[in-house]
Design a binder for this molecule. Structure first.
Ligand code: SF4
Length: 372
């Protein structure tokens, strides 16, 4: 520890990091200073310290499957390689029968405990489609939690139904939705959204829908997609907006910083972004996430999906405490040609044990399913 104190005294961000060791979270300006600093290793040491105080040497993961129920989308985000316009020859929507059949296979073969239900903004899907899907999943596979529909999908359903997002959330909760993923936030700054996803919901709408979900007893995760056109100030704003909502509702269980994967996206074609942000930036984002949300949002997820298993192992020593999910069936990121988009529980357990940590399998709500 004394060595750490000496390093802190020599660092340009030492005051911010010392404060976080004393339980004082960084404000917006401090956050931007962290993001502009190259002292990533020191941030990691402090973030790891905060993480170990809370979790010791333990990492969780969820045995889950991703059900990308449709790739039809009318929102045309420039960072997305997954979607197809309506009537495109490669467009699809998974039928309720097929949902049941995929669930059966995933349950019988892998014993999944969560399905993450996400797709495009498909204007032909009525709310009954989602209600039927959730009811069947909960009835036939009661041990599998439904984690589904980003704020922007919920907004889309409300437009199709000409009703409020509150009404949509309430009906979906009644039919089996249990928690809401954080997708659709990207960077919660409208100037950034105008460039990367001009047709998507605004930052305020994302925050409002999340608040409605929290108030209804639907906990959520929050995400950030970095590594495109955003500045450090934009990232700082994103962190602070989520912190403010969390102070109000306490509804976020986890924060997940994702790095943007440019392959096959319009942003790459237009040369807005040429290559992904890479490993050092991932470690910085993980460390800053822990430092920003220590004592506020419990879990920080290492994102193996876009950065690989080896980087995720290092991220677990830079502030992350959760490995994420096995992601059986993932289709969104695989459209960017990312090397591997699903893992078996055995591979995650091995990756965590390789760094000498205990492995906890968890459910939707970060409750222990079992220790491995
Ligand atoms: S990110 Fe989602 S909303 Fe945007 S184009 Fe892709 S599927 Fe549609």
């Amino acid at each position: 520890m004394s060595q750490l104190v000496q390093q802190l005294h020599r660092s340009e961000i030492g005051d911010v990091l010392e404060n976080s060791l004393r339980g004082i979270r960084p404000n917006f300006n401090d956050c931007v200073r962290l993001l502009r600093s190259r002292d990533v290793h020191l941030m990691g040491l402090v973030a790891d310290n905060l993480t170990k105080n809370k979790f010791g040497r333990k990492t969780s993961f969820v045995n889950n499957m991703i059900l990308n129920y449709t790739n039809v989308c009318i929102t045309d985000c420039k960072f997305c390689a997954f979607y197809r316009p309506p009537d495109h020859e490669e467009s699809y929507t998974v039928s309720i029968e097929e949902i049941e059949s995929r669930m059966k296979t995933a349950w019988e073969m892998f014993g999944i405990t969560q399905v993450m239900f996400q797709g495009g903004h498909n204007p032909t899907l009525r709310i009954e489609y989602f209600e039927d899907a959730f009811r069947i999943i909960r009835k036939k596979f009661p041990k599998v939690g439904v984690h589904g529909l980003s704020a922007s999908e919920i907004d889309m359903i409300s437009k199709v139904e000409h009703t409020s997002t509150k009404e949509v959330l309430s009906r979906l909760k009644d039919s089996g939705l249990q928690s809401v993923p954080g997708a659709g936030a990207e960077i919660l700054v409208d100037e950034v959204k105008q460039i990367i996803s001009p047709k998507k919901i605004s930052s305020d709408t994302w925050l409002r829908i999340m608040e409605e979900a929290h108030n209804m007893g639907l906990p959520a995760s929050a995400t950030m997609m970095y590594g495109h056109v955003e500045t450090e100030k934009d990232i700082g704003e994103h962190f602070v907006k989520i912190a403010k909502l969390q102070e109000k509702t306490g509804g976020f269980m986890a924060f997940i910083p994702w790095s943007f994967e440019p392959n096959y996206t319009r942003m790459q074609k237009e040369q807005t972004v040429k290559y992904p942000a890479g490993g050092t930036q991932l470690l910085k984002m993980i460390a800053v996430s822990r430092i920003m949300y220590d004592g506020l949002i419990s879990h920080i997820q290492s994102s193996w999906l876009t950065n690989g298993i080896a980087m995720a192992q290092i991220a677990l020593q830079y502030g992350a405490d959760d490995f994420g999910g096995t992601l059986l069936g993932e289709e969104v990121v695989s459209c960017t040609g990312a090397r591997s988009t699903e893992l078996t529980p055995a591979k995650i357990i091995q990756a965590v044990k390789q760094i000498g940590y205990e492995v906890e399998e968890r459910d939707n709500f970060y409750n222990t399913v079992k220790m491995h």
